[in-house]
Design a protein around this ligand. Structure first.
Ligand SMILES: Nc1nc2c(ncn2[C@@H]2O[C@H](COP(=O)(O)OP(=O)(O)OP(=O)(O)O)[C@@H](O)[C@H]2O)c(=O)[nH]1
Ligand SMILES: [Mg+2]
Length: 460
């Protein structure tokens, strides 16, 4: 393959920058630009995987910088090709001079994701691992980092491959039956086939079932904070964020527009929207605010309904409660009883329990008390989040679609096997296998591969 070069570390000024080359001529090209100090005359003489110190020169042989260089000879490298990494001082101008020298000596500028694409093409990574590389770099919470580093190690790919191997074994047995229906060439009985398919289906279903948690960890849960005016919605937003994002006053109707911000609670990312207090009003601006609150309530997947325990429950509370009861039919609702530092919450708790709400927490947003209880209730909504570290939480829509399809056709195969001979399940088992091979990229179209890597950045 032709040799590519690009800045692998972040763009901009830094202590150190790393330039990476990959391809057949990586060492030759880098050797024109990086001249080792000491016993080696040229980079070509240097050992693989050993760092050397030297000077970096332009095509005119004049010094640009000094730095460190490591060769990773094929196939023992990230891409499976010859790879060279040059660490230099992190001046954007210096980096661009070094890259120019590499291009003048025959390297081509790398395309987005081209290193990882080459690693995939050369069998260094399966597609689930390659996709995890992109997501690991984009991670913005500790749960995401743990999840994607486990997926990069192959957690999802391994599970998918195991199930694919089992399907292949079953298929071989079905083929034997088709070729020699009278002789008993099969090493798998009908019963074994059914129970094996059932097991494969359950394994895959368990994984696809984690997808909503995966999205909660990566994309975040659209969460509306709603309630009557002055109940402490903005105070709750601020308490969760850990800084004073929204204006808090004792004037009812302080928040009018929707204030949105993301925060990670437990392992779950919440895309919070603090809204205007829901109430009847003649004020034009407030009216629009209340409409927006209701809009956010309907767009959200999780609702934090905030109530003030210092006030007796009245008509207004009833109206908000009705809205929450409706919401509860299709989304998660947590009742947040606020200002518990000032009053007892028993009456309110009893009221909401009787109305049928199960998730009720008592907090003081102002004093930041009870937030752990809220975190606990929240994480109980996503029990799979505990598995983030194992990497067996699905976050990728492409993988989810393929695995869901596989589950579907296995279910169809099981239906067929209830009444008919094993050969009738053959097409469905083949199709399930095809979906698994697509999920881990062993059989996937070039367009899909190109599309995946085009979303990576250059140098990755
Ligand atoms: N003692 C006490 N006061 C609180 C608590 N939470 C909020 N408050 C006070 O209640 C008042 C209203 O708080 P906000 O957070 O602005 O209430 P809100 O629901 O956003 O109000 P609107 O935006 O007007 O709908 C402020 O004076 C807060 O300091 C709490 O837990 N304890
Ligand atoms: Mg407010």
């Amino acid at each position: 393959m032709h040799t590519i070069a690009a800045l692998a570390s972040g763009a901009g000024r830094a202590g150190i920058s790393v330039i990476r080359l990959s391809g057949d001529d990586a060492v030759e090209i880098a050797g024109k630009v990086f001249i080792p100090f000491g016993k080696y005359n040229s980079l070509l003489e240097c050992e693989s995987h050993k760092q050397v110190y030297g000077k970096i020169v332009g095509s005119d042989k004049k010094r640009i910088d000094t730095g460190l260089c490591t060769c990773f000879l094929a196939p023992h490298s990230y891409t499976g090709e010859n790879v060279v990494e040059i660490s230099c001082h992190g001046s954007p101008v210096g980096v661009s001079m070094i890259l120019t020298a590499l291009f003048e000596n025959g390297a081509k500028a790398a395309l987005p994701g081209e290193y990882t694409k080459r690693a995939f093409v050369n069998g260094k990574l399966d597609l689930t691992m390659a996709e995890a590389v992109g997501q690991l770099i984009d991670a913005d919470s500790t749960a995401q980092v743990k999840l994607f580093s486990a997926q990069l190690e192959g957690s999802v790919g391994k599970l998918v491959k195991e199930q694919a191997d089992k399907l292949t074994h079953l298929l071989a047995s079905v083929y034997a039956y088709i070729d020699y229906p009278d002789e008993d060439m099969r090493d798998v009985t009908d019963e074994e086939m059914k129970s094996e398919l059932e097991k494969i289906k359950n394994e895959l279903k368990r994984l696809t079932g984690t997808f909503s948690t995966g999205l909660a960890i990566t994309e975040g849960v659209p969460t509306a904070i709603v309630g009557l005016p002055n109940t402490g919605k903005s105070s709750l937003l601020n308490a969760l964020l850990g800084y004073e994002r929204a204006i808090v006053t004792d004037v009812a109707g302080t928040t009018r527009d929707v204030v949105t911000e993301s925060v990670v609670v437990g392992n779950i990312k919440l895309n919070l929207s603090d809204t205007a207090g829901i109430h009847e009003t003649q004020d034009t601006v407030e009216k629009i605010g209340v409409e927006r609150s209701k809009g956010k309530l309907s767009d959200s997947r999780l609702v934090l309904g905030v109530f003030d325990v210092t006030k007796l429950l009245d008509e207004g509370d009833n109206e908000v409660t009705q809205l929450l009861l409706q919401a509860k039919q299709i989304k998660d609702v947590i009742i947040v009883l606020n200002k518990c530092d000032l009053a007892n919450s028993d009456e309110h708790e009893k009221f909401f329990k009787e109305k049928g709400f199960e998730k009720i927490v008592c907090i003081s947003a102002k004093k930041k008390e009870g937030l752990e209880a809220l975190e606990k209730v929240l994480t109980s909504l996503y029990p799979d989040a505990d598995m983030a570290e194992s990497g067996l939480v699905l976050t990728n829509a492409r993988q989810h679609a393929a695995l869901t399809c596989a589950v579907c056709v296995i279910e169809r195969a099981l239906e067929a096997l209830k009444m008919l001979t094993p050969d009738t399940a053959c097409l469905d088992i083949e199709s399930a296998l095809g979906q698994l091979l697509e999920a881990d990229g062993r059989s996937v179209s070039e367009e899909i591969v190109n599309d995946i890597f085009s979303h990576f950045c250059v140098g990755k």
